[in-house]
Design a protein around this ligand. Structure first.
Ligand SMILES: Cc1cc2nc3c(=O)[nH]c(=O)nc-3n(C[C@H](O)[C@H](O)[C@H](O)COP(=O)(O)OP(=O)(O)OC[C@H]3O[C@@H](n4cnc5c(N)ncnc54)[C@H](O)[C@@H]3O)c2cc1C
Ligand code: SF4
Ligand code: SF4
Ligand code: SF4
Length: 627
C-alpha cells in the first residue's frame, strides 16, 4: 500500500516552506512546476494576508497554532509561546506593530469577503506581542556559529533594529550607531505615547539588544564618526537613518518662533521639552505626522485647560471682559492688542474653547494618514478644514497670528492617481493661529559619505536587495522614501539576508513569491459567521486629557475566538471534511504529523472522484495536476 502525502508546488515562498519542511522532505514533494502524476495532491499556497504584510509575517501559521491548540493537545500558554516565536521570526517587534501598524494584511485577508469582515490580525499581533513581553520570551538565534565578520548599522529605527536582529541571530557582530539619546527612531521620537507606550518600545528593543547587538547612542555618523571610518572598521554597513527633516511650505514668515515642523514638534514633546502652543493651533497636512501633531496639541491644550481651570476666578472674569472688549472693537477674537489675545486665550482654555484645526488640501478620502487615526482625531475634536491650503502668513512681533488660506477643488488625477487640488479663485479666508505646525512631509538628513548614494531629490537609492551602488553599503527604510514601520522592518530583514550573502560571497536573490490563494479557490460556505473581536477604546474625554494609551489589548477569550476566525487559506487545518466525505475511505489523519500535513491519501484506494477537492474549505487539495 502506498501512503504518500503531500505537498508543495513551486508556488510558495521560501519563508512559507522553511518552517514546514523537515529533513528528507524533498523526496515527498510530488508536485513540481505545477505538475504531478498523483491525485489528490496537497498544495500549500501563499495566504493573501502574508502577501500583503510588508514584514511577511507568518500570520496563518501563528493564528492556526493558537486555533488548533486543543486539537493537538497543547496548552494555550504553550501555543501562544509558539505563536510568538513564529511571528518574531520575521518581525521582532509584534507588540509595537500590533499597536501602530495600519495593517495592510487585513485588507488582503480573504475573510473580508464574508459578512463578518477580515480577521483582526493587528489586534492578534498586539495580543501575541504582549504575551511575549509578559512571559519574557527571548528572540532566538539561528546558529551558534560565530561569523567573525562585523556590520555597522546607522540608525536605530525599525529598519536598523530589524536588520540588526536578523544579522545577530545569524552570528554576525553588529553595532548600531544612533544620533539620538535612545534607540527607536520615529517609533520613539515621532509616534506619541498614547499610541505606543515607551515601556512596550523599550521591552522589544531590549530583546533585540540582548542578542549581543551593541548600541552607540548620541553618535551621529557623518559628524561624530565618518562613513569612511566605518567602511574601514566594518565588513558591511546598513544605512537606515530615516527621514527626519520636516519639509517647509515656502511661505514668508514660516521661520517665526511659533512655527514648527510636525517632526520637530513631536520630537520636542516626546523628549519631554515644554512647548507652549496657545489655544489656537493650526496643523497643515494629512499624513501621520500631521495627525499626530494635531492630537498631541489637543492633549497639551488639555493640560493647560486643567491648570487654568483650577486658577483664579477673578483672572477668568478679567480675561472674559477683555475678550468681550476685543470682540466689540474688532468683531474678531484675534486682536492686535497682546492683552486681548492673551485674555482670549485664557478664556478659550477656561471655557474649553481651545481649538486645533487641521488644514488639508484634498478630502478625507485622500489623506495618507492611517484611517483609524483620522477617525480618532475627528472624534477627539480636531476640526478638519478640508480642500484648503495656506497661501500666506500674517505675522506680528515675530509670531504668526493668522494664516491666509484658499479653498480648493479636486481636478484631474495626478501621477499618484489622486485627484489634484486646484485653487478656487477669490475664495481666500483667514484662520487665526497661536501655533502653526507644518506636517507636509519629511526628507532625509544625509551626511557626508551618504550624499553620493542619493538621487537628485535627496533620497538614497538601492537595488531590490537593498545594496547601494557601493557594494559594501546597503540602505533601507524611510531613507529610500517615506513609508510605514512594518515596511522598514521587512526591508531591514531583506537587507540582512543580502548582507549575509555579500559577506559569504553568495549573492542573495529574492525568493519567488507565488500567487496568493483567492476565495474562488476555496469553499467559503464552510466557514460559520463569527464577529470580529475589537479592541476597547478608553472614553474620549479621558483620552484627550493626557498621554495614556487610547486602546486596550483584546482579552484572552477574545484572542482565542479571533484566532479561530482565521480560515487557514491555502493550508490544511485538519477540519476532516475530506476524510468524512471520501466515498472510498482513502484519506487518513495523523495528528502527530507536522502541522498542515496531518492528512494523507492511500492512493491504492483513491479513484480520483474529486470529492475531497470539493469538500476542502481552504483550497489545499488539487486534482489531476498535469494529467
Ligand atoms: C509622526 C509619525 C507618526 C507615524 N506613525 C506611524 C504609524 O502609526 N504606523 C506606522 O507603521 N508608521 C508610522 N510612521 C512611519 C514610521 O515611523 C516610519 O516609516 C519608520 O519609523 C521608518 O523607520 P526607519 O528605521 O527607516 O527610520 P526612523 O524610524 O526614522 O529611524 C532612523 C534613525 O536613524 C537615526 N539617525 C539619523 N541620522 C543619523 C546619523 N547620521 N547617524 C546616526 N543615526 C542617525 C535617527 O535618529 C533615527 O533614530 C510615522 C511617522 C511619523 C513621523
Ligand atoms: S506588521 Fe502590519 S501588515 Fe504585517 S501582520 Fe502586522 S499588522 Fe499586518
Ligand atoms: S483568513 Fe487567515 S489565512 Fe486567510 S487571509 Fe485571513 S488571516 Fe490569512
Ligand atoms: S478538507 Fe480539511 S482536513 Fe482535508 S485537506 Fe482540506 S483542510 Fe485539511
Amino acid at each position: 500500500m502506498s501512503l504518500s502525502t503531500t505537498i508543495l508546488t513551486d508556488d510558495f515562498t521560501r519563508d512559507d516552506l522553511e518552517p514546514t519542511l523537515g529533513k528528507g522532505d524533498a523526496e515527498q514533494i510530488v508536485v513540481r512546476n505545477g505538475t504531478s502524476w498523483k491525485c489528490p495532491t496537497y498544495v500549500q499556497r501563499l495566504p493573501p494576508c502574508r502577501d500583503a504584510c510588508p514584514s511577511s509575517e507568518d500570520i496563518r501559521g501563528y493564528l492556526t497554532t493558537i486555533a488548533q491548540a486543543d486539537k493537538v493537545k497543547m496548552s494555550i500558554e504553550d501555543a501562544l509561546d509558539e505563536a510568538w516565536y513564529r511571528l518574531t521570526d520575521t518581525n521582532p517587534m509584534p507588540a509595537i506593530h500590533g499597536r501602530i501598524c495600519p495593517h495592510p494584511c487585513e485588507t488582503g485577508c480573504n475573510r473580508k469577503h464574508l459578512d463578518d469582515g477580515s480577521v483582526a490580525i493587528n489586534n492578534m499581533e498586539r495580543y501575541v506581542g504582549d504575551h511575549g513581553i509578559r512571559r519574557n520570551l527571548k528572540l532566538t538565534m539561528l546558529t551558534k556559529e560565530k561569523k567573525h565578520k562585523s556590520v555597522a548599522i546607522i540608525g536605530s529605527g525599525p529598519s536598523g533594529l530589524s536588520c540588526a536582529y536578523q544579522l545577530a541571530r545569524r552570528g554576525y557582530e553588529v553595532t548600531i550607531y544612533e544620533a539620538f539619546e535612545k534607540a527607536g527612531g520615529m517609533l520613539r521620537y515621532g509616534i506619541p505615547d498614547y499610541r505606543l507606550p515607551p515601556a512596550v518600545l523599550d521591552a522589544e528593543i531590549q530583546n533585540i539588544l540582548d542578542l549581543g547587538v551593541k548600541l552607540k547612542c548620541n553618535t551621529r555618523v557623518g559628524k561624530d564618526v565618518s562613513v569612511a571610518k566605518l567602511k574601514k572598521k566594518y565588513d558591511a554597513i546598513y544605512i537606515a537613518i530615516g527621514a527626519h527633516k520636516g519639509s517647509a511650505m515656502g511661505l514668508e514668515g514660516e521661520n517665526s518662533a511659533n512655527v514648527f515642523t510636525a517632526a520637530g514638534f513631536l520630537n520636542r514633546v516626546n523628549t519631554g521639552a515644554k512647548v507652549d502652543i496657545g489655544s489656537q493651533v493650526v496643523v497643515v497636512g494629512g499624513g501621520d505626522s500631521a495627525m499626530d501633531a494635531a492630537r498631541v496639541s489637543l492633549r497639551l491644550q488639555s493640560d493647560m485647560d486643567e491648570a487654568e481651570a483650577d486658577g483664579d476666578e477673578t483672572a477668568y472674569n478679567k480675561a472674559r471682559a477683555a475678550l468681550d472688549a476685543a470682540h466689540q472693537e474688532e468683531g474678531n477674537v484675534i486682536s492686535t492688542e497682546k492683552t486681548a489675545v492673551d485674555s482670549a486665550r485664557i478664556v478659550r482654555r477656561v471655557s474649553k474653547y481651545s481649538k486645533v484645526t487641521l488644514l488639508y488640501r484634498r478630502t478625507k478620502d485622500e489623506m495618507p494618514a492611517i484611517a483609524k487615526d483620522v477617525v480618532e482625531a475627528e472624534h477627539e475634536g480636531i476640526e478638519f478644514q478640508l480642500l484648503s491650503t495656506p497661501v500666506g502668513l500674517e505675522t506680528q512681533g515675530g509670531r504668526v497670528v493668522a494664516i491666509k488660506c484658499i479653498r480648493m477643488e479636486l481636478g484631474a488625477p495626478d501621477a499618484s492617481g489622486r485627484r489634484s487640488p486646484v485653487p478656487i479663485k477669490g475664495s481666500e479666508y483667514s484662520v487665526p493661529c497661536d501655533t502653526l505646525i507644518m506636517g507636509i512631509g519629511q526628507v532625509p538628513e544625509l551626511e557626508e559619505g551618504m550624499e553620493d548614494l542619493a538621487n537628485k531629490w535627496g533620497w538614497l537609492t538601492a537595488n531590490n536587495t537593498h545594496q547601494t551602488k557601493d557594494p559594501q553599503i546597503f540602505a533601507g527604510g524611510d531613507v529610500l522614501g517615506l513609508g510605514i514601520s512594518t515596511r522598514s522592518v521587512g526591508q531591514g530583514r531583506v537587507a540582512a539576508r543580502a548582507i549575509d550573502g555579500y559577506l559569504k560571497g553568495v549573492p542573495y536573490q529574492l525568493p519567488h513569491k507565488g500567487k496568493p490563494i483567492k476565495t474562488e479557490q476555496m469553499r467559503m460556505s464552510f466557514y460559520k459567521p463569527a464577529p470580529r473581536n475589537e479592541e476597547e477604546a478608553i472614553p474620549i474625554e479621558e483620552a484627550v486629557k493626557g498621554f495614556v494609551e487610547t486602546t486596550q489589548t483584546i482579552t484572552t477569550t477574545q484572542a482565542l475566538a479571533e484566532a479561530k476566525r482565521c480560515m487557514s487559506c491555502g493550508l490544511c487545518f485538519a477540519c476532516d471534511q475530506c476524510r468524512i466525505f471520501c466515498p472510498r475511505e482513502a484519506i487518513h489523519k495523523d495528528m502527530k504529523r507536522p502541522k498542515g500535513r496531518v492528512m494523507f491519501t492511500d492512493y491504492t484506494r483513491c479513484n480520483g472522484c474529486h470529492v475531497c477537492h470539493m469538500a476542502c474549505p481552504c483550497g489545499y487539495i488539487q486534482m489531476g495536476m498535469g494529467l
